[in-house]
Ligand binder design. Structure first.
Ligand SMILES: [Zn+2]
Length: 376
């Protein structure tokens, strides 16, 4: 079968399109014909290499996929050959105390499809049967592939970690990235007022179409935290939702109200920051981290998406053999929403990416010193 793979760690040029063996289906696994696979920033970190992460090569990249079940090993009620499915890319042991509590993303052996086993940028992929969920019926395969990692991450950040309540105010940085847009859509669904930031007026205009109440161009607002306070009558927001990291860390402490919550899932601008501890305790600020989510949160997210007929934002779709170019688009931050790869797709039939970008230098620049996730 054809797949987008790497033979070594490196920059985007090390992604190649190769003929690789079809995956063998082990006990308890499901073989899926991939119809669409979405990009995440995680792909970049895996490709560049992680300390302690040894990848057998060629390694197939990719964590998100939607497709059709070809084969099922074992007897399962929830999945049969021919089913249209998407996969939850979180891998957990099922045995440890956290798995037994239903907190799979806190598993001692937590891993991710595309990092700890072969990924989804291929014509076929195998995953454990527990990782397979029915595709929401109202979504295309491309839209369904856009959901898993980004929307699960945003769901857990807002609903489980920050405990968003209707009527609260949420600040979301760097609108345009997959997790940020998922946060916007889900926060609106939950009845929140949402403030978004970007350096691109075009991205801010598009965010308004998706329900953003206040759109702030941070390039025009050097005192971003003050600008956000002004938009909340000096009160501050209830929740700061952050995939950006070091660049927005001090802004969040200025922007949240007394007792506000700051929730982080990524650090595309760097992982190191300092905190004024007196500010932290005097203002009762709660800072929390979050990574992907549990099986139950994945189910809840899909149920909410289906009930609301929500459509994830797809920036563009590209043939699988253009994985390198599609990844380049994500790396320079041009996208508004999820970038999707389609195996066997004909380039002419696919929508091309829209240029929604500000000059790269004005965006929250990636330092490369960050960590997993974010944006996407
Ligand atoms: Zn476990």
């Amino acid at each position: 079968m054809q797949a987008a793979v790497i033979f070594e760690n490196g920059d985007v040029d090390c992604i190649t399109y190769e003929d690789v063996p079809e995956p063998a289906v082990s006990e308890g696994e499901v073989l899926i014909e991939v119809r669409a696979a979405a990009l995440n920033h995680l792909d970049i970190w895996v490709r560049k290499g992680r300390p302690g992460l040894e990848l057998p090569v060629p390694h197939i990249l990719g964590s998100d996929a939607a497709g059709v079940v070809l084969e099922v090993s074992g007897s399962w009620d929830h999945v049969r050959p021919g089913d249209e499915v998407l996969i939850n890319p979180g891998l957990s042991c099922g045995q440890c105390e956290f798995c037994r509590r239903g907190e799979q993303s806190e598993c001692l052996a937590f891993g991710i499809v595309g990092m700890n086993r072969p990924g989804t940028f291929a014509e076929q992929v195998t995953v454990p049967a527990a990782n397979v969920f029915p595709k929401p019926a109202h979504l295309t395969q491309e839209e369904a592939a856009a959901l898993p990692l980004a929307y699960l991450t945003a769901w857990r950040m807002l609903m489980t970690r920050a405990r968003l309540q209707p009527g609260e105010t949420v600040l979301i940085h760097g609108i345009g990235g997959g997790v940020a847009l998922a946060g916007l859509q889900l926060a609106r669904l939950a009845g929140a007022r949402v403030l978004v930031t970007s350096s691109s007026n075009e991205k801010l205009m598009r965010a308004r179409e998706f329900g953003a109440d206040e759109c702030i161009n941070y390039a025009d607002n050097p005192c971003l935290g003050d600008a956000i306070r002004d938009l909340t009558s000096g009160r501050g927001v209830d929740i700061a939702f952050d995939t950006v990291g070091a660049a927005t860390w001090p802004v969040n402490f200025r922007a949240v109200r007394r007792g506000g919550r700051i929730v982080h899932c990524g650090v595309t601008t760097g992982a190191e920051a300092t905190v004024n501890i007196s500010h932290l305790y005097w203002n009762h600020v709660v800072v929390m981290g979050s990574t992907m989510g549990s099986d139950e949160e994945f189910r809840q997210m899909l149920a909410a998406v289906s009930a609301a007929r929500m459509r994830p934002v797809v920036d563009s779709a590209h043939p699988l053999n253009r994985a390198r170019e599609a990844t380049q688009r994500m790396e320079v931050g041009e996208q508004f929403g999820k970038i999707v790869l389609v195996p066997g797709g004909k380039a002419d039939e696919l929508p091309r990416g829209r240029a929604a970008s500000a000059p790269r230098s004005q965006e929250f620049a990636q330092t490369g010193g960050g960590d997993l996730f974010a944006g996407g």
